[in-house]
Design a protein around this ligand. Structure first.
Ligand SMILES: CCCCCCCCCC/C=C\CCCCCCC/C=C/C(=O)SCCNC(=O)CCNC(=O)[C@H](O)C(C)(C)COP(=O)(O)OP(=O)(O)OC[C@H]1O[C@@H](n2cnc3c(N)ncnc32)[C@H](O)[C@@H]1OP(=O)(O)O
Ligand SMILES: Cc1cc2nc3c(=O)[nH]c(=O)nc-3n(C[C@H](O)[C@H](O)[C@H](O)COP(=O)(O)OP(=O)(O)OC[C@H]3O[C@@H](n4cnc5c(N)ncnc54)[C@H](O)[C@@H]3O)c2cc1C
Length: 664
């Protein structure tokens, strides 16, 4: 049978130890064991089935999500799962829900922005889920511009309370996940007003619904904002609208780690930077980078397996058509995405470390690495989510017509994923943050302040502005030092050119706006350098397992040379490489594709995804695509009856009309 034989034969061709690659992908043997065990637990639990999700009405879909979330919580308690295991369970349940915001934003916000006493009061309630919280920052009129929020929190010294109010329609909270129908509490961001003076945006813990009957508390108007893109997809989430009509909360419900309001109504600043009010966004952006590798690898796994099963044209001597994965065009679209999935995995791992490091420093009142952490999380969030959203759509096209069927798993994956380009910061707005950071770094060169972290290379500005790429033959592009220098020189030269152009403006802010499209490109170049350099660093570690390191080297080179090829204009116009070297890079890329080809199926097997998680007929582990596609079609509710509902009202009259016309 096609499919079965194809994938079995592909697996037998693998030139590396797949089990060891699974460990590399998971991060450690322990993580692989946990993820493997929990993925199977979820796959074998009938409550977590997801095959009808795209066909349910919004109400049924939402109720089904509530049922799954309640069941997940029950299993977490019954099985006494650790935090790591619970997070894996949530991952494999694979359905956005209010729990994500409760655990992923509400709790981290209290931890990051609450005082010790506030944490002691609220965290036990939140951990036991006696309250359910969300993160209510964005408003109808303001999302990207956090300093433009309109919600007010006015201190009333008479009662020692804040009055939370929505003064305009545009100040209505709009978008927060979990808000619409579930959350009992929210961290609400609003302007702190004391004695008619505006002290800017701060976070406040506000109870929204009664803990007895779930009705909104007095002064609160709350609901869901309506259907979103795609069927199933993010519609499992109750993104909400919220308005306050002079709602009073006790003074101690303002999150007071950054600044405190005293009983007398005095604002006292602590020694932590005010930007910590934005801290939850840094945490979540870091998580989103790791998630990008999951979403992209999932799409790539589906497209790679299907490309080995699907055959078109080119009859071989045995009378069988060619596997579409053997077409060079298919490889040149698919393999860079496979390489990107691995690249994002490793940069995500590094970013997690960076976040832990900055957090430890913050605890010890060392705030020096915060700007770097902000720039890296913002930039990499932007880079990886944009590439992943585009990559999922490319995988759909790589699967031809069948990729457009919901049973391929790709339409829903795309619909669930694409808001990641917008939430936690619009991707362009975030790149502009990186650009500001780069311009600042360039402007400080030569001032005695050495660039640190991911901008260390800028300390070699003179060398990088003048260096010439040493490539003379295609294989030279396999040297990590050659690749790194080309990427560093490109990024350096784009940042310096932007800084020089900016310097021509009398008003820097005006100049920044005028040059923003170029600045974004400079930011992209810097972020791509980070991804490439972290992949190269990963390869410098001890990597056990037969052939594993060789495969990763090939993927690393594919990622770098693919980016070079895609952004050739940058590399050529900045004089980092010559047209001849560009064409050698392209030749090397082709040869790398041939090297990866026999290993492609094994490289996606290394993600260790269950069929339940993939939820794709095209990406099945056994490759049994056609019989299952055929079987799936018959499950569609339209096929419940042979003659469709509406035949007599709408089809029959047309047919009869045609009959009369024909007789005329
Ligand atoms: C069943 C049980 C299961 C149990 C387990 C479950 C586990 C689940 C876990 C799930 C975990 C996580 C998943 C979470 C779910 C994700 C879903 C996502 C939902 C979406 C949520 C949201 O979207 S929330 C809203 C996000 N909003 C934004 O991102 C807004 C973007 N805008 C901004 O950030 C700012 O407005 C902007 C930075 C653009 C501008 O700021 P502004 O103050 O106006 O001006 P600047 O001058 O540019 O900046 C001033 C200085 O501050 C620096 N800076 C800016 N931002 C930061 C920052 N974040 N950190 C540090 N520093 C920052 C900036 O660089 C300037 O510095 P300078 O030195 O003065 O130059
Ligand atoms: C699915 C989903 C879930 C969400 N969950 C939450 C949540 O739980 N809690 C919460 O508080 N929020 C949430 N949000 C809101 C989200 O954070 C915002 O939508 C996001 O920050 C973008 O802001 P915006 O919608 O105001 O976009 P806008 O800023 O209005 O963007 C519109 C366009 O303007 C451009 N633009 C904006 N500013 C600039 C600039 N300075 N320079 C150049 N171009 C610019 C953008 O690039 C974009 O093209 C969610 C959003 C979505 C889609």
């Amino acid at each position: 049978m096609a499919g079965f034989d194809d994938l079995a034969s592909e697996r037998s061709k693998a030139q590396f130890d797949v089990e060891e690659m699974k460990v590399i992908w998971a991060g450690s043997r322990h993580t692989l064991e946990v993820s493997d065990r929990i993925s199977r637990l979820v796959a074998n639990d009938p409550v977590f089935r997801k095959d009808t999700r795209t066909m349910l009405s919004r109400k049924d879909l939402f109720k089904n999500t509530l049922r799954k979330a309640a069941h997940a919580w029950k299993r977490i308690i019954e099985l006494r799962l650790s935090e790591e295991e619970a997070a894996e369970l949530r991952f494999y349940v694979d359905e956005p829900a209010f729990m994500d915001l409760h655990w992923g934003m509400f709790i981290p916000t209290i931890k990051g922005q609450g005082t010790e006493e506030q944490q002691q009061k609220w965290l036990p309630l939140a951990y036991k889920m006696k309250i359910i919280g969300c993160y209510a920052q964005t408003e109808l009129g303001h999302g990207s511009n956090v300093q433009g929020l309109e919600t007010t929190a006015t201190f009333d010294p008479q009662t020692d309370e804040f009055i939370i109010h929505s003064p305009t329609l545009t100040s209505s909270k709009w978008w927060p996940g979990g808000l619409g129908k579930v959350s009992t509490h929210a961290v609400v961001y609003g302007r702190l007003i004391i004695d008619s003076k505006d002290y800017g945006v701060n976070g406040f813990i506000v109870q929204l619904r009664s803990l007895d009957d779930h009705l909104p508390l007095p002064g609160i108007t709350i609901g869901d904002i309506g259907m979103k893109f795609g069927s199933g997809a993010y519609n499992t989430m109750d993104n909400g609208v919220l308005r306050f009509d002079h709602v009073r909360i006790p003074r101690d419900q303002m999150l007071m780690r950054v600044s405190q309001v005293t009983r007398e109504g005095k604002l006292v600043q602590s020694n932590v930077p005010w930007q910590l009010v934005y801290g939850t966004m840094v945490y979540v952006r870091q998580k989103i980078v790791s998630d990008a590798s999951c979403a992209l690898s999932r799409a790539v796994c589906i497209a790679t397996r299907y490309s080995a099963v699907r055959r078109q044209f080119g009859l071989q001597s045995n009378g069988i058509e060619t596997q579409v994965i053997d077409y060079k065009t298919q490889q040149s679209r698919l393999f860079p995405l496979l390489a990107s999935a691995y690249a994002f995995r490793f940069v995500g791992e590094w970013l997690k470390w960076l976040y832990m490091d900055v957090n430890q420093r913050l605890q010890a009142s060392d705030f020096s690495t915060l700007p770097e952490a902000h720039a890296c999380t913002a930039g990499l969030k932007s880079l990886t989510t944009s590439a992943t959203a585009d990559g999922i759509e490319e995988c759909r096209k790589l699967c031809g017509g069948h990729g457009y069927l919901c049973s391929s798993g790709l339409p829903e994956l795309f619909a669930v994923y694409i808001p990641a380009c917008t939430y936690e910061g619009d991707n362009i707005v975030l790149l502009l943050q990186v650009a500001r950071f780069l311009i600042k770094t360039v402007s400080q060169l030569g001032s005695g302040k050495e660039p640190v972290g991911t901008t260390v290379y800028m300390g070699r500005v003179e060398q990088l502005m003048q260096c010439h790429c040493a490539v003379q033959k295609a294989e030279d592009w396999l040297k990590p030092s050659v690749i790194l220098e080309a990427f560093e020189a490109r990024s350096m030269r784009m940042s310096v050119a932007s800084a020089q152009n900016l310097a021509k403006f009398d008003n820097q802010e005006e100049g920044f706006l005028e040059l923003s499209a170029d600045l974004v490109q400079a930011a992209v170049a810097h972020c791509q350098l980070i991804v490439v350099s972290k992949f190269i660093e990963k390869l410098q570690q001890d990597i056990p397992g037969k052939g594993v390191k060789g495969q990763l080297e090939a993927l690393c080179n594919i990622y770098a040379l693919f980016i070079l090829h895609k952004h050739l204009g940058d590399f050529l116009s900045t004089g980092c490489i010559t047209p001849k070297q560009a064409s050698l890079a392209n030749a090397q890329l082709r040869s790398l594709y041939s090297q990866v080809r026999p290993n492609a199926i094994a490289l996606v097997d290394a993600f260790n995804y269950t069929d339940h998680y993939l939820s794709s007929v095209l990406g099945r582990y056994d490759g049994n695509v056609y019989p299952k596609l055929y079987e799936e079609a018959w499950k569609d509710p339209l096929n419940d009856s042979v003659v469709p509902d509406g035949y007599q009202e709408y089809i029959q009259p047309i047919l009869k009309q045609q009959l009369r016309n024909a007789r005329l």
